[in-house]
Design a protein around this ligand. Structure first.
Ligand SMILES: [Fe+2]
Length: 304
């Protein structure tokens, strides 16, 4: 690991007797080695604090082959704070677990899953809410035989590499985040929301967010717009915003800022929604997704 990459890591001690870290790539991500998440009561509060600190600085944590069940998944998530509330998740929740969101291409009662292609655009979870989820934890139960990856990028490094002139232009801007933006693809193919779901989940059908967010825990600035939710800057038209948004979204898609995770059954990836974005590239035989070797089954929890 280079000195520059080491300098990126949190200043506080990140290796406790309970775990060690291995960088996933230069700009983001650490694999956490040595913890058994099925027994999260055995993990000390100091270890939880060290994990959280590492997450805030490095964006994502990977815990390989943990094979958690729903209770263990929620118990580990809750060690970092209360769960996020979002009424829509109950539509995609496993029976008895309203706080878990199912991401799958497996049919239920013969019907196609509405979440089979939920991460088809780069995004951060729930930025359309006034207070978006701080972090999300996704576990893999069944990966496709070939592919089914999830990609992550560091929006702090993307921001840092912009010119000083562009940073000055972006500094005062805000953007309205909504799943009903002209660029959003996520609602296509989903059953319309009921009035009750709409008011419960979306309130005003979206939320105003700063274009440059200061991460509340690291103090680092991040580019905080995403293709799934933003089609214009506040006070600008969609047409006026398009060239600048296109430029910024191209930076978000640049491979130099990314980590790509190839899932194994049992893996858990925990990400900070304030300084990363994620995307699922549909790099498997999606046309034949009903074949068992192409099934993909993932479960996500979110932190308030
Ligand atoms: Fe997501």
């Amino acid at each position: 690991m280079s000195e520059a990459a080491l300098a990126e890591r949190p200043a506080t001690k990140t290796t406790t007797p309970q775990f060690s870290l291995k960088p996933l790539c230069f700009r983001l991500g650490e694999e956490v080695i040595g913890l058994d998440l099925t027994r999260c009561d055995d993990i000390s509060d100091d270890t939880i604090k060290a994990l959280w600190n590492t997450l805030c600085h490095r964006g994502i944590l990977l815990f390989r082959k943990q094979h958690l069940n729903h209770d263990q998944h929620l118990a580990f998530t809750r060690r970092f704070g209360p769960l996020a509330k979002t009424g829509l998740t109950s539509r995609y929740a496993p029976d008895g677990y309203p706080d878990i969101f199912t991401v799958t291409n497996i049919r239920k009662n013969g019907e196609r899953s509405e979440t089979e292609n939920a991460a088809q655009q780069w995004h951060t979870d729930q930025t359309f809410l006034e207070v978006p989820a701080r972090a999300s934890m996704l576990r893999c139960e069944i990966p496709p035989q070939n592919g089914g990856d999830t990609m992550f990028c560091s929006t702090h490094h993307i921001y840092e590499d912009l010119s000083e002139g562009l940073k000055k232009t972006l500094a005062p801007l805000r953007a309205f985040h909504t799943l009903f933006s002209q660029r959003s693809k996520v609602m296509a193919g989903r059953k319309p929301l009921s009035d009750e779901e709409m008011s419960r989940v979306y309130g005003e059908q979206g939320a105003m967010q700063p274009v440059v967010l200061t991460h509340p825990e690291t103090g680092r600035k991040v580019l905080y717009i995403n293709e799934q939710c933003v089609d214009h800057f506040d006070g600008w038209t969609v047409e006026e915003s398009a060239p600048l948004l296109d430029y910024l979204y191209a930076q978000i898609r640049h491979p130099m800022y990314q980590y790509r995770h190839r899932w194994s059954a049992g893996d858990v990836v925990f990400w900070d929604n304030r300084c990363t974005q994620h995307y699922a590239p549909l790099d498997y035989d999606f046309a034949n997704r009903d074949a068992p070797q192409n099934h993909r089954l993932m479960f996500r929890s979110t932190l308030a």
